[in-house]
Design a protein. Sequence first.
Length: 328
Amino acid sequence: MESLDLRVLQDALNWKRSGHACTLVTVVETWGSAPRPPGALLAVRDDGVVSGSVSGGCVEDDLIARIKGGERTEQPSMIAYGVTKAEAARFGIPCGGSLRLVQEPLQETAWVQELLERTAAHELVARTLTLSTGAVVLSTAQRGDTFAFDGLTLKTTFGPKWRLLLIGAGQLSQAVAQMAGMLDFDVLVCDPREEYAATLQMQGVTRVLGMPDDVVRQMQADAHTAIVALTHDPKLDDMALLEALRSDAFYVGALGSQRNTATRKARLKEHFELTDTELARLHGPVGLRIAAKTPAEIAVSIIAQIVQVKNTVHVTADMPQGCELPSV
C-alpha cells in the first residue's frame, strides 16, 4: 500500500501534469492539542480539491477558500492558525492548540517524480526545502531520522521508516500485511513453504527468501522493526523468535493460545537458554484482546498492539509533562 504522504505527492504530480496549479502545505510546528503532527502534508489544487490533511478540517476549509479566492504565493511562506483562543475555536483546533504551516507553490515536478521512484524501490528519502529560494534537494535518509524545521529549511523524510517482518504467508499474514502497509510499514514476509508463499502476490510486500531465523539475523532488526511469527509451526516460528527476542526489535509477537505460548516460552528457555527478560518481550498470544475471530479481526488486533507498543516506546520519552497517551 502507498504511504499517505506519498499519495499526496502523487496526486499533486498528476494535477500539475494535467495543467493545474498546486500548493503544498506542511505542518511545521504545533502547540497544545493540535490535530496533526509536524510533517503532515496537504496538497491543494487551484480549484480547491485537496489531498491529505493538516487539521481536523476547518483549517483546510480556510486554505481552500484562500486559494479559490486567487491567493497565491511565489515562494514558500509561513502561515499560522490558532494563535489565540478565538482563532483556535474558529478553526476547530481542540484545547487551544495552534499550528504553523509552510505553504509552497509546486513549480518543478522532477523532484516529486524522483522521490516517488526512489520510495517505490523501498528507499528512505529526505527532502530538504530552502524557504528563501524554494529549492528542493533529495538525499538518502536513515531509519530513525526525524522531521526538522529551523525557520530556514524544512526537512521531511519519506518512505517506510518502520519495518514489519511476518513469518508465514498464509491468509492471516496477508491481512496483517495489507493493514501494515496502510500505516507506512515496509512489510517483509518470510515463508520457506512454497505452497503458502506461492499465493503471496501483494503490492508493496516483499518476500524474503531463506529460513526465518537466518532472515531475522541478516536483516539486523533495529528499534524500528517489528517481527511477528504466524505459521503456527514451531520449527519455523521458534527459530525466528530465538533471534528476534535477542535483537533490538521493538515488538516481537507469536500466534498461539495461552497454553501454547507458555509451552513455547518453556521450550525456548530450556533448549535455547533465553533469559526471563528476553522471554518477557514476547507478545503472546499475539494482539490485543478484542475477542477477534476472523483473520481480518485478528489482523486488526495484531496491528493495534504493534501501534500501541510503537507509540508507547517511541513517544512517551519525548512527551511534555502532563500529556497522556490515548487509551486503546
